[in-house]
Design a binder for this molecule. Sequence first.
Ligand code: FMN
Length: 187
Amino acid sequence: MKILLVSGSRNREGQTARAARALLSGAESEGAETEEIFLPEYRIKRCRQCNEDGWGLCAEEARCIIKDDFAMIFEKVKQAGLVVFATPVYLWEMSESLWCFCTRMRRICFQWKKYYDMKKKPAAVLAVAGGGGTGTIRTLFQMEQTLDFSGFDVVDYYPVKRLNLEAKLPRLVLAGKWLASAPGTIE
Ligand SMILES: Cc1cc2nc3c(=O)[nH]c(=O)nc-3n(C[C@H](O)[C@H](O)[C@H](O)COP(=O)(O)O)c2cc1C
């Protein structure tokens, strides 16, 4: 099974990356193939509500009018068996890069369910409050909500804060093992 990490962190060695890597290493030990995308490394512009009524080309043609890296990453999401969405907590929300990606994906998937429905593709959500340590639960809620609008089945939730990161790493490895064969995953 292919597991794709879509991370909203800009830091490949940061706390979010360490937590996500623990999850992926658990999945890899059960035979999963993994790939990592760090969104801040790509050009992904915000939705510009591209026609007069605000519904945009995505509502008419199930594609985004903006020519940037979104389409390539969206294609990888569609091809993956399970997607781990990970983010540092920024002001009690997901990071701007992940939010930008999710809002464009949500528009296409929500409007065009009959074509681009994720068909309950399994997803897992990881939020790392690496500063004061507050905001993980609200961030996970925000992630679940936007992914639900996009047709995913969120199968697990991982709240982490700076204080408990080290303690949680081995548990994330175990959780990753489970993800490799999570109920509902598409082979
Ligand atoms: C704009 C901004 C807002 C932040 N807001 C929060 C917050 O609400 N709660 C928290 O615990 N940490 C907050 N932080 C700290 C980040 O969660 C922390 O720096 C995190 O480790 C960054 O992730 P990384 O290690 O993957 O880069 C914020 C950091 C930034 C830059």
